[in-house]
Write a protein that binds this ligand. Structure first.
Ligand code: ADP
Ligand code: ZN
Length: 350
């Protein structure tokens, strides 16, 4: 499924999706983007921060710049971009490129997959979160009425360039957010990766290219393998939700960044796994130490009753039972259907 490219230090990972193949190019660079796109009819979507740092490296095509942040994943922004495309004479032969973090990739993917019933698109993923998570898997979408990603499609980009050198300019907080998903991948599928994260913490936090390329590569492979097996999220893909059930509820209550909420959610799910007799005490402690060493939170001050209510509200359809992702050990996650009362009782001690 993966092959090495000889001329550059780049790794290519191919996902065969229903809507076509998607190539994920880890270590490819923004200046090489023009090798992957048509010679004309290209439209670029990006945000203010990314264009501020990297405009000189963009290929020479029209650029639509959105405000940075989640609030841009909105129908008003979307509508403006559709209008812009029409004004610029975009048509069915056009090609969209999103250059940015998860927000830009989500927006660009949704615009492209709806405009004229869908035109091809690709991404240059510029944040760690986008490189290891948002851009892999072909999900896109916008928010509506307070619900995240409630309107969207499953459509694969033709390519995702993960230019790891661009992570140099990423703010520390954003870097840590991405690390939460990287740690998640290690916890659900890859004990070696967990050890690498432990051993190479300094190099990773200093964003040394070799260490970063390694962790992005591993994460993309893990996510790609899971997504490949379950593109439409019916079965195995649910292990990717590790830390996200409790995490989303915390995120909703507290409005903290996604990565921080996921970190709290992973500490919760690991604690529940230990409580139910699956995860060893030592593994549990190792997990907490690693999260902490990467500057991620383990708990929040929120009232646990309230967080639990929010969690239940999100899962309207499953009142008494719910699927929860637990760990057997580091590197081995599984989905378990549980009584919500078990989760609630544990929550009150957490
Ligand atoms: P995500 O964390 O899902 O990728 P965003 O797309 O909102 O979410 O990106 C997070 C923030 O990081 C945004 O403010 C964005 O402008 C900024 N950003 C993304 N990539 C870079 C980069 N390479 N250098 C500096 N800032 C970046
Ligand atoms: Zn996530």
């Amino acid at each position: 499924m993966w092959e090495r490219d000889n001329d550059v230090c780049m790794e290519k990972i191919t996902i065969q999706g229903k809507s076509g193949d998607s190539r994920i190019l880890v270590g490819e660079s923004l200046p090489a983007l023009s090798r992957h796109i048509p010679a004309k009819g290209v439209f670029i979507i990006t945000d203010k921060n990314v264009v501020g740092y990297y405009h000189s490296e963009f290929p020479d095509f029209p650029v639509y710049v959105v405000e940075p942040g989640e609030k841009s994943k909105d129908f008003e922004v979307m509508t403006k971009i559709w209008h812009w495309l029409l004004e610029k004479d975009a048509d069915r032969s056009s090609f969209i490129v999103g250059i940015g973090g998860g927000v830009v990739c989500d927006l660009a993917g949704f615009v492209a997959s709806t405009f004229m019933r869908g035109i091809p698109f690709g991404f240059v993923a510029t944040s760690l979160l986008a490189q290891v998570d948002a851009s892999v898997g072909g999900k896109n979408g916008v928010n509506l009425g307070g619900y995240k990603n409630i309107i969207g499609t499953f459509t694969q980009p033709e390519f995702v360039i993960c230019d790891t050198s661009m992570l140099k300019t990423l703010p520390d907080d954003e870097f840590r957010n991405g690390m939460a998903e990287v740690i998640k991948h290690a916890l659900i599928k890859d004990a070696d990766k967990f050890n690498f994260l432990k051993k190479k913490r300094n190099a990773i936090l200093k964003r040394e290219r070799e260490a970063i390329n390694h962790i992005v590569n591993q994460s993309v492979k893990i996510k790609a393998t899971i997504v490949q097996a379950d593109e439409l999220e019916r079965g195995e893909r649910r292990v990717l939700n590790f830390g996200h059930t409790w995490g989303h509820a915390v995120e909703k209550e507290n409005k903290i960044p996604h990565g921080q909420a996921v970190s709290i959610g992973m500490a919760f799910a690991a604690g529940l796994s230990k409580h139910l007799g699956y995860l060893k005490e030592k593994d549990y402690n190792d997990i907490l130490v690693l999260l902490h060493e990467y500057g991620l939170p383990l708990n929040s001050e929120l009232d646990k009753d309230q967080v639990f209510d929010t969690l239940l509200r999100d899962k309207k359809k499953e009142k008494d039972k719910m699927n929860f992702v637990l760990l057997k050990t580091i590197g081995d996650a599984f989905v378990k259907e549980m009584d919500t009362s078990v989760i609630k009782n544990f929550a009150l001690t957490f």
